[in-house]
Ligand binder design. Structure first.
Ligand SMILES: Cc1cc2nc3c(=O)[nH]c(=O)nc-3n(C[C@H](O)[C@H](O)[C@H](O)COP(=O)(O)OP(=O)(O)OC[C@H]3O[C@@H](n4cnc5c(N)ncnc54)[C@H](O)[C@@H]3O)c2cc1C
Length: 468
């Protein structure tokens, strides 16, 4: 790697949009999950795909690592720069390029955020459903295969992407698909890049599916006498094919955190936050069916918000749970982890995890996009107490291995980054070797976000060098 020469060329080409201050570098080497550095050597604020391609070509020539950066809200050490390199910040590429309302799709640049897109779409009667709890870019969401509270009804990013414009690891600009809703033409490169966490290429534009705003929407809460009763209600709801739009579990501690942080007054008990979409008749039927199921398990009558602002407040509070737990943790270090299991195993997985927390004496909230078997723990530990920090780490490990044993995955939505790399082999076994071959084929110089997802070989922890 010839870092000095690469940085000189990048400075010549991009002028003051190549920023090398300590503050910019530090801000681009940390994420919201508490992974803090190492920082990249420089940050480049790209404005279009051709600039991204030129930057990647310079980096490839000099074997300088490239770390794509959206909003830095990822949680598993995705944007750290273990070998230094160039962070390419795509947040200025935030144009909405074309709306095809008749086809229900939209073309956007990678730096557009989901909130920006939905605010823009609202007057068209359309919306984009994937809603991670942070203000993140759609490029970052493609890269992490993100999902959120609506995934149970509309699917994850994997289901929403029709085609991507990608700058490859050698600096070519390619389009991976078309606007057609389905295609049987060749390998599915689009979905190879979805979830690749910046390790195979840089997404610069994308075409996404859209949905009509539902004619009727009802959102509210339903309380339960126990965690187990709430989980059983979710499992029965999903197994009976009820097309619920959102069904989010909050344990008692989560409800307390939400009440304190967002000024709400929910009864502190295991609670489901719910939303139903459809025609007025369909929504009424869904609510009725759900109520019947919940009653079987001792659930309260669902309480629905009547005004849009109350509905927004409810979901905003849910999305703020990470920060709400952090506030309640009294200065302790807080981290979050997620797993996803087949729905029939959800009850065992959550209850066994809760028992582990109680046995370890660790403070943590449990919350989940439980309709698709996905749940999170938000764990607090004292950074000055190595024993407690280790216990928290052990809990995360146990949760990951339990999910694998139950036929699930170590992450339903946050991704692997560097933090969960150690579990990938246990989950994916021999197919990890094939992943490494894909990585080596698409990133021949090993420059794309090194140290994340897979290691191409043992030398991956060494400084980048042209291996091919
Ligand atoms: C409070 C909170 C709640 C959250 N809730 C959810 C949730 O419900 N569901 C969920 O899925 N996630 C959730 N997240 C995690 C996070 O918001 C998502 O992972 C999100 O998709 C990251 O987007 P970003 O723009 O911040 O990407 P970054 O953090 O900047 O980057 C993430 C990864 O993607 C790569 N990358 C970024 N942009 C590109 C690009 N254009 N091309 C190629 N690679 C790129 C980066 O190199 C990195 O590996 C939450 C995070 C927080 C802090």
């Amino acid at each position: 790697m010839d870092k000095k020469q690469a940085l000189e060329k990048l400075r010549d080409r991009f002028g003051d949009r190549l920023v090398e201050t300590g503050a910019a570098r530090a801000a681009h080497g940390r994420d919201e999950g508490g992974y803090d550095g190492p920082a990249p050597d420089a940050v480049f604020y790209a404005e279009n795909a051709h600039e991204v391609a030129d930057a990647v070509k310079i980096c490839a020539r000099h074997r300088l690592p490239v770390i794509p950066f959206g909003a830095g809200t990822s949680l598993e050490g995705h944007v750290t720069a273990p070998k230094g390199g160039l962070s390419i910040d795509l947040s200025r590429m935030n144009r909405i390029l074309a709306l095809h309302a008749a086809d229900l799709d939209v073309r956007v640049e990678a730096g557009v955020t989901r909130q920006q897109l939905n605010a823009w779409l609202h007057d068209q009667g359309l919306f984009f459903p994937v809603d991670p709890g942070a203000e993140c870019t759609l490029g970052g969401m493609v890269a992490t295969r993100a999902s959120g509270t609506n995934a149970v009804r509309y699917g994850t990013m994997r289901e929403q992407v029709l085609t991507l414009e990608v700058v490859t690891a050698t600096g070519e600009i390619i389009e991976t698909g078309t606007r057609a809703r389905k295609s049987a033409a060749g390998y599915d490169l689009t979905h190879l890049f979805v979830g690749s966490e910046g390790t195979l290429g840089i997404v610069t534009e994308m075409t996404l599916k859209l949905y009509g705003l539902p004619e009727k929407l009802m959102a509210g809460v339903c309380r339960f006498p126990s965690l187990s009763a709430a989980i059983q209600t979710v499992i029965t709801t999903i197994q009976s094919g009820l097309p619920v739009a959102r069904i989010e579990l909050l344990d008692e501690l989560s409800v307390r955190a939400v009440n304190r942080h967002s000024g709400m007054a929910h009864v502190e008990a295991p609670t489901l936050f719910l939303e139903f979409h459809g025609s007025p008749k369909a929504v009424d039927e869904q609510v009725e069916s759900f109520h019947a199921i919940a009653s079987e398990y001792g659930g309260s009558a669902p309480e629905f918000a009547s005004k849009q602002e109350d509905i927004n407040r409810l979901w905003h509070a849910r999305h703020q749970l990470y920060y709400a737990t952090r506030a309640m943790a009294g200065g302790k270090h807080v981290c979050t982890t997620d797993v996803c299991v087949p729905i029939s195993r959800l009850g065992d997985c959550i209850l066994e995890t809760r028992a582990d927390f109680d046995a370890a004496g660790i403070f943590g909230t449990m919350v989940g996009h439980v309709g698709d078997g996905n749940f999170h723990t938000i764990i607090a530990a004292d950074p000055h107490d190595p024993v407690e920090m280790q216990r928290a780490e052990d809990l995360k490990e146990k949760m990951a291995h339990r999910a694998i044993e139950m036929g699930g995955t170590v992450t339903g939505e946050h991704g692997i980054g560097s933090g969960k790399r150690k579990f990938l082999e246990a989950e994916r076994g021999a197919s990890l070797a094939l992943m490494r071959q894909v990585k080596a084929a698409l990133d021949p110089f090993g420059i794309m976000n090194p140290g994340k997802v897979v290691m191409t070989d043992d030398r991956d922890d060494q400084p980048c060098s042209g291996r091919h």
